[in-house]
Design a protein around this ligand. Sequence first.
Ligand code: DMJ
Length: 613
Amino acid sequence: MTTPALLPLSGRRIPTLTPGVSSFPHHRATLRLSEKFILLLILSAFITLCFGAFFFLPDSSKHKRPPLPPLSLGLRSLRDKIRADHERALQEAKEKLRKSKDELKAEIQTEKTKVAEDLKKKDGPKPLPPVPMPKLVGVNDGDPGDPDTKEKRDKIREMMKHAWDSYRQYGWGHNELKPLAKKGHSTNIFGNSQMGATIVDALDTLYIMGLHDEFKDGQEWIEQNLDFSVNAEVSVFEVNIRFIGGLLAAYYLSGQEVFKVKAVQLAEKLLPAFNTPTGIPWAMVNLKSGVGRNWGWASAGSSILAEFGTLHMEFVHLTYLSGNPAYYEKVRHIRKLLAKMDRPNGLYPNYLNPRTGRWGQHHTSVGGLGDSFYEYLLKAWLMSDKTDTEARKTYDDAIEAIERHLIRKSNGGLTFIGEWKNGHLERKMGHLTCFAGGMFALGADGSPDDKAGHYLQLGAEIAHTCHESYDRTVLKLGPEAFKFDSGLEAVAVRQNEKYYILRPEVIETYWYMWRFTHDPKYRQWGWEATQAIDKYCRVSGGFSGVKDVYSSNPTYDDVQQSFFLAETLKYLYLLFSGDDLLPLENWVFNTEAHPLPVLHMANITLPGSQNQG
Ligand code: DMJ
C-alpha cells in the first residue's frame, strides 16, 4: 500500500518512503520531477485562488452608506423643539439672574418640596405598624333610663341632625357654614383651605349619637377628598385639636383605619412648625411649603402658651399609633424647656418668643391664650393612666399660683377667675374661662394634701358663676366676657363682649360637675341652655351665633362654628346620657371634646421615651 505524498507545511521536503524501495541516487531524477510537478500544482492552485478572489469577493463599494436623505417632518420638528427649549432655558437663566436672593431661595424651596412630594407620592404612604387597640369601653348607647331625660337627649340629637343636614346641604366640604346666607364659611385659622373642618370635628358626635348614615357620609368625604397637600397657612393648634383630635377619636370609636392614616399624614405636615431656634413651634405653618410664622398681634413675635401647650395628648397618641418618636419628642422638649424657665409669681405668661426662648408680655390667663395649657397638663396625667406624675405636679403648681393670684370672690359672693396683667388683676372673666370649673372637678381626685373636696367645691363655684353669666342676660345665653367691677357682676359691659358664638365651655363644666356630683341642677342648667340655643340660634339653614345676648331682638353673626357640633352638642348629649357612655376612667377628652382612650403606660413603651433626658 502506497502512502500518499504529504504536502509540507513549511516547504521542507519530506521523502516519501515506499516499502522495498531504497533511497539510492539513481532515484534522484524521478524525485526531482515529482517535486516540480507538485510545485506546479501549488502554483496553479494559488493562481486559481487569486483569480477567484478577484471575481468572487463581495464588492465593498456596494456596501457604502447611501447619502442622508433630507430631514423627515418628525425629525425637523424634534430639532426645532430642541432649539426652542434651548432658547427658553437661556431666557429663564437670564431672568433668574435678575431675581433677588430671597426670591431665588423661595423658588428653590418650592422646587425642593415639590420633588420631595413627588417622591413621597411614588413611594406611597408608609404602612403604619400594628399596635394593640387600647381598651375601649362605652362607645355607644348610654341610655339615661328615665323617659324625660331620654326625650331631652332625643331633642339634642335632633339639633345635631339639623346642624349637620344644613351643613351637608349648603356648606359641604367647606370648613364651616353660613346658616343664613346658606353657603360655606371659613376663617384664617384654616388659611385658604377647604378641608371640611365641620365634617372632621363632628364625626365622633355623630358616632356616639348613633347617626350612622351621616357618619358614613362624612367618612366617604374624608376618604375621597381630605388632602393635606394644600398651599394653605393654617393654625397648628386648631388643626391639632380639631383635625388630628377629631380623626383620632373617629379612629378609636369606629376602628376605621382611614382616620388613623389621615391623622398621621396631617401630623407630618405640622412637624416643620417646630423648626425654630428653641423648638417652640410657630403658631402657623404652610402645609405645602412647611414655612412657619407667628400671629402678627402676638406680643413681640411670640408663640402662644395655649397653642404650643395644647399638643401633648394628640402627639402621644400619634407616636403610639405611628411608631414615629418625633411627635412625642417635640412635646417632651416643650415641657422640659418650660420647666427650666423662671415664672413671675409662679405664673406662666401667655407669650413665649420661639427665637429667644424668653417670655413676652406678662399676661396670665385661664381663658383665651392660656386655658388649654393647664387643661393638657392634667389630662396628660390622666391619659397616661396617672403615670405621668411630672405633668400632674406641673399642673398642681400652676393651679396653686392661679388660686393665689387670679381667683377671687366678688362682693356678691361669686367666685371668678380674673386675668393677671403685669402685676395687676383685671376683674374680668371670659366665657372661655368657664371650662375651668370642669377642669377643677376633673383634677380633684389626686390633688395634693387631700384637697379633693376643695377643688370639687371650686369647680361648683365656677359653674355657678358661669350659670349666673347666662341667667343675667335676656336670651339666657352667656356673653363672651363679663366683669366683676363697680357694682356689676357677671355681666358684659362693652358692646363687643356681648356676643354668644355657640361656645361650649359652660355646658362642658355642667357635664363634668354632673358626672362627679349627680346634682340635678346641672341637668336643669344644661336644659335651659339647650332651649335658649334652639330658640335664639336656630335658623332654617342651621345654627348661628348672636351678637347681643342682652337684646330681645338680636342679630345673627351668620356662622355655624365647627365646635358647636364637636363640643356644645356633644357635651349636652352626654349630660343627658348615662355615665356608661364614654366613662371618664377610660376616656380623656381633648380640648375640642374629642375622646381619646387612656393609654396604660405601665405596659407600653413609647418609641423615643427611652431617650428622655
Ligand atoms: C374650642 O375650639 C376649644 O375648646 C378651644 O380649646 C378653645 N375654645 C374653642 C371653643 O370655644
